[in-house]
Design a protein around this ligand. Structure first.
Ligand code: PLP
Length: 373
């Protein structure tokens, strides 16, 4: 039997391991020169925009909301199909999450539904680029401009994705990325936020470290309530090693995604009733390769049968509005039917840069077998 194929696995090369070892030996292991260098390289990649790093891709969004002055009484519109962090940060700052249903093809927030959900209290939109696929960015920013809304892009999965040739993050309002272990590039845990100007960047620095501003040799002041969200140099050393490989990783993921389509062939959807992702080789970084199973298939059984064939299947995501915490706020079944159907039947097939085309073929054979029975 083939060895176990997980749905995701980080690729850490020897140069990165050496970079981490060098940092550990350097005498400086918390935020320092590696963080500065990582932020400099990220900023260059994002066209010179301001970038600050953090210890997660969750606090990046919370901090963006705080910088935008969003809190009690404000509504923020987001998608039910995301990691729960996306909506939790809205609650964390005291604001009210408002969901808009998703598009059945892209599985991303439906921008027409966003417009319907806007009220006089709406202050921001948090779109999510599921699997790394951006929404229609022109449409998104037209809505934001028309209704004077801030945008906090949850681009946690979208490093390396593009829109009309420009990297996601190189334009727009706040753009938040995650470097958690399963993301296309990782720092083990971490994230970064792209900001609009020096004022926002200075505020981000305060929010990430107890609200502190330092000056001279011994000057210290605290004027906002910040937390403890800074990235360590150990994490940044991993990030530098990973970032150097971003284009290679993205190209490999696109190649693997294409191989999924080629291997499954045009009849796959008709024969099985399963739904493939949009075949986007322009913009998507193929963070995930997600299939929506037909209703006749029980997802847990599917995952168990694939496990029997030594293939790991992921599940991204359960609809956020149906979690107890959100039901307690009044959300219930039937409110976002497309998100609920996708949330019930979606699976993530193995997809990571170190995978081979034969891993793709093995997964396709196993999946077709399981779907036939
Ligand atoms: C990973 C992820 C997050 C959270 O990032 P962390 O770094 O784990 O805090 C938020 N939103 C989406 C869509 C994600 O995939």
């Amino acid at each position: 039997m083939n060895e176990f194929l997980p749905f995701s696995r980080p690729s850490i090369d020897e140069a990165t391991i050496a970079g981490v070892a060098e940092t550990l030996r350097s005498g400086w292991i918390t935020s320092g020169p590696k963080v500065q260098e990582f932020e400099r390289q990220l900023s260059e990649y994002f066209g010179g925009r301001f970038v600050r790093t953090f210890n997660s891709g969750t606090c990046t969004m919370e901090i963006a909301l705080r910088i935008a002055g969003i809190g009690q009484g404000d509504e923020v519109i987001t998608t039910p199909i995301s990691w729960v962090a996306t909506a939790n940060v809205i609650l964390e700052v005291g604001a009210t999450p408002v969901f808009a249903d998703v598009d059945p093809v892209t599985r991303n927030i439906d921008l027409d539904e966003v417009e319907v959900a806007i009220t006089p209290r709406t202050k921001a939109i948090i779109p999510v680029y599921l699997a790394g696929k951006p929404v229609d960015m022109d449409h998104l920013y037209k809505i934001a401009a028309r209704h004077k809304l801030r945008v906090i892009e949850d681009a946690a999965q979208a490093i390396g994705s593009t829109w009309q040739g420009k990297p996601i993050g190189s334009f727009g309002d706040f753009v938040s990325f995650s470097f958690q272990a399963n993301k296309n590039i990782t720092t083990s845990e971490g994230g970064c936020l792209v900001l609009n100007n020096a004022e926002e960047a200075a505020l981000a620095e305060k929010y990430r470290l107890q609200g502190v501003t330092r000056s001279g040799y011994d000057g210290i002041e605290v004027d906002v309530l910040g937390g403890k969200f800074n990235m360590t140099d150990i994490a940044a050393a991993i990030g530098l090693g990973q970032f150097a490989q971003l284009n290679v990783f993205t190209a490999q993921r696109r190649k693997l995604a294409r191989h999924y389509f080629d291997t499954l062939g045009e009849v796959f959807e008709i024969q099985t009733g399963a739904q493939l992702p949009p075949a986007d080789f322009e913009n998507t970084n193929w963070h995930l390769f997600q299939v929506v199973l037909p209703e006749r298939i029980n997802r847990a059984d599917f995952m168990a049968h694939m496990k029997d064939k030594n293939i790991g299947i992921g599940y991204h995501y359960a609809p956020i509005h149906l979690f107890k915490l959100y039901r307690a706020l009044g959300f219930k079944e039937g409110m976002f039917p497309i998100a609920e159907r996708i949330g019930r039947q979606i699976v993530s097939l193995p997809m990571f840069a170190a995978m081979s085309e034969s891993d793709v073929e093995r997964t396709c054979v196993a999946m077709c077998e399981v779907l036939k029975n």
